[in-house]
Design a protein around this ligand. Structure first.
Ligand SMILES: [Zn+2]
Length: 420
């Protein structure tokens, strides 16, 4: 009974302690997803405003920095749209971000174009396909027709042909039920539009499109890095990207799950280790920019680390950890059998997650450039309803935080296990 009471008291204390941290978590995510930071992209220097706020957090937590600053600056080319791209079939108009999206490496265009429909026959008749692929189509936009839309295999096949524009069309229209905006560092010579399948007017014979780019060369952005010196110079790295997709005109991409959630996890861990007198390892906390434009920040840091990469014992990267209702993915963990074994052993014993998948090589987040440099780097991802991914709907209100506290505890325990 006494034991029961004391473990009950401990549980209450644990809940209260993390109760406060959840308050902090919510505060950080709401702040980053707010209009103050313009979607943390390349409009109104949203990324840099967020960086100012976050370096303030590292300073408040009491982290040390390298070379007198929490920033690691670098430059990139980046494209953005300052006016809303317009697009429609015949004389109708579709709504950007709801019905269609223009991939932001699309060329500047303004005008009417004929549509060439890709039919089932084009795709299934080798002669017709060869003929279609052999010719350039510089005056047309290419789009799949309804027979193709209703056949999954053809639909996927056509989308592959379109998205690469092997046929030198003026533009390609890709059918996609999930419209995902993104960020790009170069401009293509054609227009790439994604349209919801139900919004494709297969009777139309023309489209109109108006896209105005604002291509910026040598845009300055920055990673953020702080550390706590430990008993050993062996390093544990916790990382997350803080950038998101910015804005298209007045439409903001708040990026609450992607990846204000991961940033809050890194900050929570930083607070935890800063509260300890002396940690076994040197703890390094990194917030990257430029992830959405192609892992720019993490690539830069993996090339220019302010410490020796060979000292890194493990890197845990958090990208989208605000849900977890469908379990946890430890991507890249299978690349390191000893890490996979440790994770599974710990989860069997402590039951952090009902479902934890350790999977193989992954290049889809900021752990990848470090993995390529020989660092043991794992990407922690909480699976759940991600239908809002890369959409203006990625908001704080939809986060369930189902796995959040367990990820936090798991990470702390991983570090303890490694130190044994
Ligand atoms: Zn992300």
């Amino acid at each position: 009974m006494k034991r029961l009471i004391s473990s009950f008291v401990i549980a209450i204390i644990a809940i209260t302690v993390f109760g406060q941290d959840m308050k902090y978590t919510h505060k950080i995510i709401k702040e980053l997803a707010s209009e103050k930071y313009y979607g943390r992209g390349y409009v109104n220097r949203g990324d840099s405003l967020a960086a100012e706020f976050l370096s303030g957090q590292l300073s408040e937590i009491g982290l040390d920095n390298y070379n007198g600053t929490y920033f690691q600056r670098y430059t990139t080319n980046i494209n953005r749209y300052l006016i809303k791209p317009q697009f429609g079939f015949n004389d109708s108009t579709l709504v950007i971000a709801e019905d269609f999206i223009a991939i932001p490496n699309s060329a500047n265009v303004n005008g009417k174009y004929e549509i060439e429909w890709i039919t089932e026959r084009t795709l299934t008749n080798p002669w017709a396909l060869k003929h279609f692929l052999k010719e350039d189509h510089p005056e047309s936009f290419i789009c799949i027709d309804s027979t193709g839309l209703n056949n999954e295999e053809l639909y996927n096949f056509a989308n592959i042909i379109f998205s690469k524009n092997y046929i030198n069309a003026a533009g390609v229209i890709e059918a996609s039920s999930h419209l995902k905006y993104t960020a790009r560092t170069e401009l293509k010579e054609y227009v790439h539009i994604q349209v919801k399948p139900e919004k494709i007017n297969t009777k139309a014979d023309s489209i109109f499109v108006n896209i105005k780019n604002d291509f910026i060369e040598d845009y300055e952005t920055q990673n953020i890095i702080g550390y706590i010196e430990g008993k050993s110079d062996s390093i544990i790295m916790f990382t997350a990207h803080y950038d998101n997709l910015g804005m298209i005109d007045d439409i903001m991409y708040p990026g609450a799950n992607d990846n204000a959630s991961g940033v809050s996890m890194v900050l929570n861990l930083a607070k935890y280790y800063a509260s300890k007198r002396k940690n076994d390892y040197t703890m390094v906390f990194v917030l990257f920019s430029g992830e959405e434009a192609g892992l720019l920040g993490s690539e830069y840091m993996a090339e220019n680390p302010p410490f020796e990469l060979s000292k890194v014992k493990i890197l845990l990267n958090f990208d989208m950890v605000g849900t977890g209702d469908d379990g946890i993915y430890m991507l890249n963990a299978k690349e390191y059998p000893q890490v996979e074994t440790l994770f599974n052993k710990m989860n069997e014993k402590q039951k952090y997650f009902d479902v934890m998948h350790c999977s193989g090589a992954s290049f889809s987040s900021d752990h990848a450039p470090f993995y390529e440099k020989g660092v043991d780097a794992v990407f922690v991802y909480a699976a759940g309803d991600n239908s809002n991914y890369h959409q203006p709907l990625d908001k704080f209100e939809d986060l369930t935080f189902s796995a959040y506290k367990d990820i936090y505890k798991f990470c702390i325990d991983v570090v303890k296990e490694l130190a044994k």
